[in-house]
Design a protein around this ligand. Structure first.
Ligand SMILES: [Zn+2]
Length: 556
């Protein structure tokens, strides 16, 4: 166990010059505790509980949409599981107000024509209003490439069932759907000299603004139901997220960020009225479209029963600790975390019960390591499971502004640092699906390279050996990085994250890979262990300064 103190640096240098003559360039190598790593491996690879945690979160509680009764129940379970593994200060911390809770009771869609009927595969969008029992209406198609295109539909959509968008061609998957990073990909990452510049994808933003204007127009025409088919997904996989509500046109003076990101949300307590909304399986969407093209009149019978709950508009992050014992640095903290919330169509397995389970398992492994050593960690180790991530890193950014730094808004540099800002050594996040760890994104912080390289070396045999200076975005480590705290996300294998699981109805336990999650929990536990035992805190980048470039903010 690492307990000894590192000898004072200046005297070590003199010693090195004396011994090695001119070779004084060699930095003191970062200590690695092989004994601790042996226990971590044994616990993580031979005595793992990670899939048990995953099954509870997914099979038992299901999709954990922020605000929903499911996430409340899963939260109580997580608190109990943390108590059971012996963590201290186990608690949930409120943030918000967030808004309304929503959950689906039941739904059905059936398409009818003079030639027969067929059930339609679909999922309601989160926070969609329900229908007044079974409703029937004529199916019409709306396609628009510009605001002007919409005029032809004015006054013609009331009481109709609207298919929004054209047919999407479906291609057969001749390429393997799931993949692991190959040597070339990892080498490319490792060879990056500087982090990728933040891109300002104007075209994509303009498209999103147009989409929002089109759905606002259609909603304003009082259709019975609005159906779409998403931009990807086939063979029964449906990608679905939140319902749209009518939004005012963007204020050109407020700039894109403000205008786009502060539009009303369907979960807002004061959200404007909107229409029931579903995403269909593309094959069923296209069939109805082709029938309309053949001049066949189609009607649909749609039923959606939902429940709202706004008794408590606040939401909760979940925490537990292994307290630090070192008289000098025991009040310093190492954090690890992942988002606990998910979308609703699947059970949020690889996004992101996988990350939550890996972090809980890492805490269980760390408890075992310190129990074996008979003493606690030098620094305090704290797990944080966030909610509201899918709605924009809401839970983690609330926590950071409550504890570490005030900032005028997302991605804006801190205006005031809080005392705890000095006490956090690092935050480790996991949120790229079920794939095993291949290395670490250093988020532009080159000073951590020799440290992380030493800590990764013992896990080369498990496929983790790559460090990249690059940033990665879209998830909770950004809340920490944004205020100058070392926040890191691990490089993972993609597996079928983007083509199949990410925000789809097929994000379920069966598509999580046990060996990959066991490997991940093992490596996370080792990184956190060494961060807690290290003499020095993890080196930091300079505090962020105001930037002119609007960063990409898609959530993962
Ligand atoms: Zn995620």
């Amino acid at each position: 166990m690492i307990r000894t103190r590192i000898i004072h640096l200046p005297s070590l240098f003199i010693l090195a010059i004396a011994i090695a003559g001119t070779s004084f360039a060699q930095p003191v190598s970062e200590p690695v505790d092989d004994e601790a790593n042996a226990i971590i491996r044994e616990q993580g690879l031979e005595n793992s509980k990670v899939m048990n945690y995953l099954s509870w979160m997914t099979d038992v509680f299901g999709g954990r949409l922020t605000g929903s009764p499911q996430i409340d129940r899963a939260t109580e379970w997580a608190l109990g599981a943390m108590e059971e593994m012996g963590l201290t200060d186990v608690h949930k911390e409120a943030w918000g107000p967030f808004g309304r809770g929503w959950t689906v009771d039941s739904f059905s869609l059936v398409a009818n024509s003079e030639h027969g009927s067929f059930p339609v595969m679909a999922y309601p969008k989160a926070w969609s209003p329900g229908t007044d029992g079974h409703v029937q209406g004529e199916v019409v198609n709306v396609q628009a490439e510009s605001i002007e295109d919409l005029e032809q539909y004015r006054g013609k959509l009331a009481g109709k069932i609207v298919l929004l968008g054209g047919i999407r061609e479906v291609e057969e998957p001749f390429e393997a759907i799931a993949e692991r990073r190959d040597a070339a990909n990892l080498l490319q990452l490792a060879n990056m000299a500087t982090p990728e510049a933040r891109r300002y994808d104007r075209a994509r933003r303009q498209r999103r603004l147009l989409q929002r204007a089109i759905s606002s127009f259609v909603i304003g025409q009082n259709p019975l139901v609005i159906l779409d088919r998403g931009s990807k997904g086939d063979y029964g996989t449906i990608f679905v997220s939140g319902a749209s509500v009518p939004a005012p046109p963007p204020d050109p003076d407020a700039g894109f960020m403000a205008s786009f990101f502060r539009g009303p949300r369907a979960y807002d307590v004061s959200a404007p009225e909107t229409a029931p909304q579903f995403t269909l399986a593309v094959e069923h969407y296209n069939r109805i479209m082709r029938m309309l093209d053949l001049g066949i009149a189609v009607t649909m019978d749609v039923m959606l029963s939902v429940e709202w709950n706004s008794d408590d508009p606040m939401e909760y992050n979940i925490f537990g600790e292994i307290p630090g014992t070192d008289p000098e640095i025991g009040d310093e903290v190492v954090m690890l975390g992942a988002h606990f919330d998910s979308w609703h169509a699947g059970t949020g397995a690889v996004d992101n019960a996988a990350g939550s389970a890996v972090m809980m398992e890492a805490m269980r492994i760390l408890k075992a390591v310190y129990a074996a050593g008979g003493e606690g960690p030098r620094r305090t180790i704290r797990i944080g499971l966030w909610t509201g991530e899918e709605q924009g890193l809401l839970g983690s950014s609330a926590y950071v502004s409550d504890h570490f730094a005030e900032s005028p808004g997302r991605f804006q540099p801190p205006t005031a640092l809080k005392p705890e800002h000095d006490k956090l050594s690092a935050y480790y996040n996991y949120d790229n699906g079920t794939g095993r760890i291949r290395g670490v994104y250093m988020q532009g912080n080159a000073a951590v390279a020799p440290i992380f390289r030493a800590w990764l070396r013992p896990f080369k045999d498990l496929g983790a050996a790559t460090l990249t200076i690059n940033n990665t975005g879209g998830t909770d480590h950004l809340s920490f990085d944004g205020v100058g705290l070392p926040g890191f996300q691990f490089i993972q294998d993609e597996i079928a994250y983007s083509p199949k699981n990410h925000h789809s109805n097929m994000d379920v336990y069966d598509h999580a890979i046990a060996e990959d999650l066991m490997q991940s929990a093992t490596i996370v536990a080792s990184f956190v262990y060494h961060t807690a035992q290290r003499d020095e805190m993890i080196p930091r980048k300079p505090l962020p300064r105001p930037t002119t470039v609007a960063p990409s903010t898609g959530s993962r």
